[in-house]
Design a protein around this ligand. Structure first.
Ligand code: PDD
Length: 287
């Protein structure tokens, strides 16, 4: 069965679905997006993604295209029509279609809404987690509002491509102070030498990951020691463990940075335990 996409009011075979060439998302990256993991046909860790969607739109002064409830129904209908049990659900909202001009359209525009769904092989994802992945470091070169989940992802795409060419899974951006900000499509964590879980604080220019947020709650519930404090790539190499988090990667162990082993270079128990606990929690928070 071919994939089905939703575009501006209608479901259509994905191969035929299209947006206008003067959509501001296409021309100016004037658009935001969200990604939900899908478990058992449900949108996982749902609430946080809806809340961030509304915040991103608010920051760009784009109207919510419909009520949250209507949007949720539509996302679930997209999952159902694609018969996806386990996968990812992608939503993009742009400011809409208008003759090209950098400033906002004066007579308003109707936000464009696109939804796509793809299946994920969970067995393959688990096998990948059990093996761990490598990351490379890249200079931080993104704009100053990475807290907004916009589709302006060119630096992220270039960093991810560099990772792929180096045989790694993810790229970690490193700022002018030599501190890791986050990954190209994930947040970055270590279990430091003292056994403390560390990830960058959200005053830094990073995306406030929903997986990160829910995981912090899980860690608090487990009584784990956590600090929202930056780390260097060197600290990551000296750490007991490292991992990345995101709707796509869940909690994914990192076993090397720039080709050098993290700790003893094997997947550690903390990351794998957190992966299991996070997935449980995300399913409990699904709609
Ligand atoms: N990426 N940081 C960046 C730059 C991201 O793009 C993402 C998510 C995250 C993790 O956020 P969350 O836990 O809310 O998924 C952090 C999505 C999955 C993507 O671009 O496909």
């Amino acid at each position: 069965m071919g994939r089905i996409a939703y575009v501006n009011g209608a479901f259509a075979p994905q191969a035929e679905a299209a947006v206008h060439i003067e959509d501001r998302g296409y021309q100016l990256a004037d658009a935001i997006y969200e990604v939900w993991a899908v478990f058992d046909g449900r949108l996982s860790d749902a609430e946080g993604h809806f809340a961030r969607l509304e915040r991103s739109l608010g920051e760009l002064r784009i109207d919510m295209p419909m009520s949250r409830k209507a949007l949720q129904l539509l996302l679930k209908e997209a999952v159902r029509r694609n018969r996806v049990h386990d996968g990812l659900c992608y939503l993009q909202v742009s400011r809409g279609v208008a003759p090209r001009d950098h400033a906002f359209p004066t007579n308003g525009a109707t936000p464009s809404v696109v939804i796509t769904v793809k299946a994920v092989d969970r067995a393959a994802a688990e096998a990948k987690a059990a093996k761990g992945v490598g990351v490379i470091t890249q200079p931080e070169n993104r704009w100053g509002r990475c807290d907004i989940k916009t589709v302006g992802l060119l630096p992220n795409a270039l960093a991810k491509q560099a990772a792929r060419e180096a045989g790694a899974y993810e790229a970690w951006f490193v700022d002018d102070l030599g501190l890791v900000t986050e990954g190209a499509s994930s947040n970055a964590w270590i279990v430091d030498r003292d056994g403390v879980l560390r990830t960058r604080d959200t005053n830094a220019n990073i995306l406030r990951g929903i997986t990160r947020h829910t995981l912090l709650e899980v860690m608090a519930g487990e009584g784990m020691r956590v600090e929202q404090r930056a780390f260097t790539p060197k600290e990551a190499l000296e750490a007991r463990e490292a991992f990345v988090t995101g709707a796509g990667s869940m909690v994914l162990p990192v076993v090397s940075v720039d080709g050098r082993p993290v700790g003893d270079g094997t997947v550690g128990p903390v990351a794998m335990k957190l992966r299991r606990l996070y997935i449980e929690r995300a399913k409990a928070l699904s709609v």
